[in-house]
Design a protein around this ligand. Structure first.
Ligand code: SF4
Length: 169
């Protein structure tokens, strides 16, 4: 295993790497506009609605990630509003498992819950995914050092992105 610096990398940063590197750069440079995003509000609402606070307990790892809840079998759960960005969701949850492994808590699995679609996706931190994650950590660190945001072409997701005004107006 490589010795990678992930001390400033949040779960959101890993997610954004797979969504849009330009979005990741804005986030890394503290242009945080997510509170204006309808999609994020929808995600938070979905979470609150589907899993009332009294029935769950969020877990925090080093102020980098927040695990929505851990069930009685020790499985980590991440609640999302929809599977459109599923690869990003999977790698984000793999990162949670990776951080736990770094702390000696291995052999955990995770589940992404899509309550609105009534479906779940099981996630395992395989050695292939661990290698992919380590490459992702290197990329996230590299993007943070870029002096200007990377170029991105218009995508379908731009319509609901909180940074659309910075990119397309
Ligand atoms: S509006 Fe589109 S290009 Fe701009 S940051 Fe968001 S997803 Fe990326």
């Amino acid at each position: 295993m490589q010795n990678l610096d992930h001390t400033n990398i949040t779960g959101t940063a890993i997610n954004y790497l797979y969504v849009c590197t330009r979005k990741l750069w804005f986030y890394q440079h503290h242009l945080e506009m997510e509170h204006t995003s309808e999609r994020v509000d929808l995600g938070k609402h979905t979470h609150e609605e589907s899993y009332p606070r009294e029935k769950r307990r969020e877990w925090d790892i080093d102020n980098l990630v927040k695990i929505d809840f851990v069930d009685k079998h020790g499985i980590l759960h991440d609640v999302k509003s929809g599977p459109a960005m599923e690869t990003a969701h999977i790698m984000q949850l793999c990162y949670y498992l990776y951080l736990l492994k770094q702390k000696g808590v291995a052999n955990r699995t995770g589940v992404i819950n899509y309550p609105r679609q009534r479906r779940t996706t099981e996630v395992e931190l395989t050695s292939e995914r661990e290698r992919e994650l380590e490459t992702a950590i290197e990329k996230v660190n590299h993007i943070a050092t870029l002096p200007t945001p990377p170029h991105a072409d218009y995508m379908k997701i731009c319509k609901s992105c909180s940074y659309q005004e910075l990119c397309w107006s």
